[in-house]
Design a protein around this ligand. Structure first.
Ligand code: DC
Length: 226
């Protein structure tokens, strides 16, 4: 049976998560937030006090962590070895650590099958950096979602301030730029659009407008979906 997959790749803060969850809900498909797998591993690495350049130990740990994803409405709860780590998942430290360990090919190889296993009927929306290029290269629908670094930093700043977390726009912008550079320039599975991806720049668009563009892509394919 052919299980349809929609991949949504792009840099952090482009709106992939919100768009992916909304589309998955509209279509009744499963949702893979692949960044949260790298983030959960980052949390495990920090908890164990491993050095970030100890590739062998991090790879070994990647093979042993138990992850559980519980999706309810718009909330994603992630359990690491039975412990709810959702609150730590979104911090800048977790994201930056995830970006560093995600550059190791050995680590990516171990996590590949965990991601492929999310493909289940009736369909999957997969969000990340290499969903359309490496994890699901045969996906029927591929989107690459970007926005300028300034726009993404402003969104992140607003999110943090709204949560009552102290934030500095200049620092967030430079961290976002550094993370983009690392994700784009790594040798294995770098962040780049798949050749057959529809590229959407979300700067200046509302989330609803981006969702409408992605839904158009699916409808235009003539697939018997919805
Ligand atoms: O999407 P995110 O911000 O939650 O991802 C955190 C980091 O994980 C990101 O900077 C790079 C890494 N990542 C990756 O290398 N490949 C993916 N498919 C998803 C995330």
């Amino acid at each position: 049976m052919n299980i349809p997959v929609l991949t949504i790749d792009g840099p952090s803060g482009a709106g992939k998560g919100t768009v992916s969850r909304a589309i998955a809900r509209k279509l009744g498909w499963h949702y893979l937030d692949s960044g949260s797998i790298y983030r959960a591993l980052a949390i495990a690495v920090l908890k164990q006090g491993l050095k970030l350049d100890d590739i062998a130990a991090i790879t070994e740990l990647a093979g042993h962590i138990q992850l559980q994803f519980i999706c309810e409405d718009d909330d994603l709860q992630v359990n690491l070895n039975g412990e709810d780590i959702s609150a730590q998942l979104g911090t800048e430290t977790t994201g930056n650590t995830a970006s560093i360990i995600a550059a190791y090919p050995e680590v990516r190889a171990v996590l590949l099958q965990k991601q492929k296993d999310f493909k289940r009927a009736p369909g999957l929306v997969a969000d990340g950096r290499d969903m359309g290029t490496v994890v699901f290269p045969d996906a029927e629908f591929k989107v690459f979602l970007t926005a300028s670094a300034e726009e993404r930093a402003k969104r992140r700043y607003k999110q943090l301030i709204e949560k009552g977390i102290d934030a500095n726009l200049c620092q967030i912008t430079s961290e976002i730029e550094a993370r983009d550079r690392r994700d784009r320039e790594r040798a294995t599975a770098p962040l780049r659009p798949a050749e057959d991806a529809l590229c959407i720049d979300s700067s200046g668009l509302t989330i609803e407008q981006v969702i409408a563009k992605v839904m158009d892509l699916i409808r235009q394919s003539g697939s018997a979906i919805e």
